[in-house]
Ligand binder design. Structure first.
Ligand code: PMP
Length: 362
């Protein structure tokens, strides 16, 4: 018997990094700090309170949560959004899939600049949208000329920019969006800011451009900065009109009562979680210096990970680190590896192991 799988899915493997059982996991850009004890207690109280109402469907439009997400963004990026300009779903993965369900589809294109987050291609495939990948410049950035030329040539209905970009860590020069987006009013510009909270001081968020650009969407997630990857809460900020379009494609009651409730609780702890972000940023900046001092090349990073190299045989280097109990990610351009910033102790172990691996391989 042959199951009638779509032709374009035949022979493919499901997305995912290897989940190996090693002591130090620095491979999926998670926050290494578990939620603080007072947040854990607040979540437990929340869940016991809503448990008695789980026979009912959740608030379909998640109004309270969206109001609180807007307040968080307003403080975090000095903007002034309200609930109608924010939309939430199960991870920013679902947010971006919804964007292509609404704006992609047959005879339409989604475009991005690679190397970048590999899921963009999957959202396109799953929505029957043609996917166009354009190479980034040598330093992993894009410029106005490259973006304009690519959009003129391909006329995509959606363009994805990850900023900071995964796996390179590169933040985007926002003047590109500011100058180019008005020239392509029928293209949705998505700036995926999954890692925005890790950006260096002085690096602005694309949220600041929203008032001037009706075709701009900025996506965020609680998976990274909020140490909440297990909850699956992603969100976006955009015009109210765009959010009304997304409501056409969202599944009814897509965001569970449990998710909505614990996300609201975690938002109350934003200031407390900030201290952990400071530690991660400091470790990242230290690692960049350390890599340079020890003969490695590393890409500048505004995220909670660093792309470094270069290795003649990166797979051998990756495997040797696994043998030393450290799992990082074999991703990005040939010869490079990506390491997620862990706790200070984990980073010390990583550095020690990397020097050993370097000596073993030379
Ligand atoms: N965007 C980028 C650039 C990412 O790296 C990731 C996760 N690794 C996501 C979006 C998705 O995050 P989530 O679905 O957990 O919000």
């Amino acid at each position: 018997m042959t199951l009638p799988l779509r032709d374009e899915l035949k022979g493919l493997k499901p997305y995912g990094a290897p989940q190996l059982d090693v002591p130090i996991k620095l491979n999926t850009n998670e926050n290494p700090f578990s939620p603080p004890a007072d947040l854990i207690s607040a979540i437990a109280a929340d869940i016991s309170q809503i448990a008695g109402e789980l026979n009912r469907y959740p608030d379909r439009d998640a109004i309270e949560l969206r109001t609180q997400l807007a307040q968080y963004l307003n403080e975090e990026s000095q903007v002034s959004l309200d609930a109608n300009q924010v939309w939430a779903a199960n991870g920013s993965n679902e947010i971006m899939l919804q964007l292509l369900q609404a704006y992609g589809g047959p005879n339409r294109k989604a475009l991005t600049f690679t190397p970048t987050y590999s899921m963009y291609e999957e959202y396109a495939r799953d929505t029957n949208t043609e996917f166009i990948a354009i190479d980034r410049l040598k330093d992993f950035s894009v410029n106005e000329d490259l973006v304009t030329t690519s959009l003129k040539e391909h006329s995509p209905s959606v363009v994805f920019f990850a900023s900071p970009n995964n796996p390179t860590g590169t933040a985007m020069d926002l003047s590109i969006i500011q100058n180019v987006a008005p020239n392509f009013p029928s293209t949705i510009f998505v700036v995926d800011e999954a890692y925005a909270e890790f950006r260096r001081p002085g690096v602005a968020s694309a949220l600041t451009l929203l008032p001037a650009l009706p075709n701009l969407v900025v996506t965020r997630t609680m998976s990274k900065a909020f140490a909440f990857a297990g909850v699956r809460l992603g969100y976006l900020a955009a015009s109210e009109a765009l959010i009304n379009d997304l409501m056409l494609v969202r599944l009814p009651y897509h965001l569970s009562s449990v998710t909505q409730s614990v996300a609201k609780t975690a938002l109350r702890f934003a200031a407390e979680l900030q201290a952990d972000l400071d530690v991660i940023r400091r470790e990242r900046d230290d690692l960049l210096v350390w890599l340079g001092e020890n003969g490695f090349t590393a890409a500048e990073s505004d995220a909670n990970f660093v792309l470094f190299g270069t290795f003649t045989d990166r797979h051998a280097a990756w495997q040797a680190l696994v043998d030393h109990g450290i799992l990082i990610r074999e991703v990005g351009p040939t010869g490079w590896l990506r390491v997620t910033i862990g706790t200070p102790t984990e980073m010390q172990s990583f550095k020690t192991a990397l020097l050993r691996v370097k000596a073993e391989m030379s």
